[in-house]
Design a protein around this ligand. Structure first.
Ligand SMILES: Nc1ncnc2c1ncn2[C@@H]1O[C@H](COP(=O)(O)OP(=O)(O)OP(=O)(O)O)[C@@H](O)[C@H]1O
Ligand SMILES: O=P(O)(O)OC[C@H]1O[C@H](OP(=O)(O)OP(=O)(O)O)[C@H](O)[C@@H]1O
Length: 213
């Protein structure tokens, strides 16, 4: 029997749509739905070994070769762009990066802006592109608090339904780009593990078919 494919799945929001996508490809993923607090799960047929890791750690496991592949948001990849191949937009976990603030904020008549974000690279690249010198304040979550409490003038954050912005009295000033989950691959695994390419092809077919998930 050949080596199992080791795949790092992002724990949390992306877990369910990822499992559903792999089911569409034809894998029986019931071994994942029966888990308790286990973080390494082996499929009964020995073909898959799933690691459940935090979003920001997926690229590390793939880059270091502990995992052959990873499923991770393009938001995370924007902050950690090196050491793996970004193979496929999986079209799940779709949301966007936006700039937002309170209605009092005037982006035109403003001195050097303070921008709060969990994504300093994305925020700084956006303002560099606009030739604007801003101060980036990195925070880890509840980013919407920052302009309300005057920690920052505006935020760069993920928007999905827009509910969090709305419920905190914030408005979108600009949309930056689409965010979605991608399949990333370890460079050596792509060359040496034939099952990697088979999985990529199978996922591509399911995604191109536009199978609703
Ligand atoms: N509304 C959303 N908010 C945040 N991430 C989203 C959203 N919708 C889809 N995603 C995707 O889901 C991924 C995982 O998000 P999740 O909130 O589960 O983990 P996290 O960003 O590590 O947060 P936490 O630290 O709260 O666990 C993100 O990297 C992003 O690509
Ligand atoms: O547009 P919406 O559907 O409201 O989703 C967007 C919100 O969800 C995420 O936060 P999360 O729940 O991950 O908490 P966090 O602020 O601690 O990161 C994101 O940072 C936004 O706050």
């Amino acid at each position: 029997m050949s080596q199992p494919l080791t795949i790092a799945f992002t724990k949390g929001r992306l877990e369910k749509p990822t499992v559903e996508l792999f089911e569409k490809v034809g894998y029986d993923m019931t071994f994942l739905s029966e888990k308790n607090r286990q973080l390494i799960l082996n499929s009964p047929d020995g073909s898959l070994r799933i690691l459940l890791v935090k979003a920001a750690d997926v690229t590390t496991y793939v880059r270091k070769g502990v995992a052959d592949l990873g499923v991770v948001g393009s938001d995370v990849l924007s902050e950690n762009p090196y050491g793996y191949y970004d193979m496929l937009d999986l079209n799940i976990g779709v949301c966007k990066f936006s700039v937002a603030s309170t209605k009092e904020f005037d982006p035109i008549n403003h001195q050097r802006k303070r921008i709060a974000s969990k994504y300093p690279t994305v925020a700084s690249d956006y303002f560099k592109e606009k030739n604007e010198d801003v101060e980036i304040i990195q925070i880890q979550g509840s980013v919407e608090l920052a302009p309300i409490l005057d920690l920052a003038d505006a935020i760069v954050d993920i928007v999905e339904t827009g509910t969090t912005l709305k419920e905190n009295g914030l408005f979108i000033l600009d949309d930056i780009c689409r965010v979605s989950a991608h399949l990333i691959v370890n460079k050596s695994a792509l060359k040496h593990h034939s099952a990697v390419m088979t999985l990529i092809n199978d996922l591509e077919i399911v995604i191109e078919k536009g199978v609703e998930i």
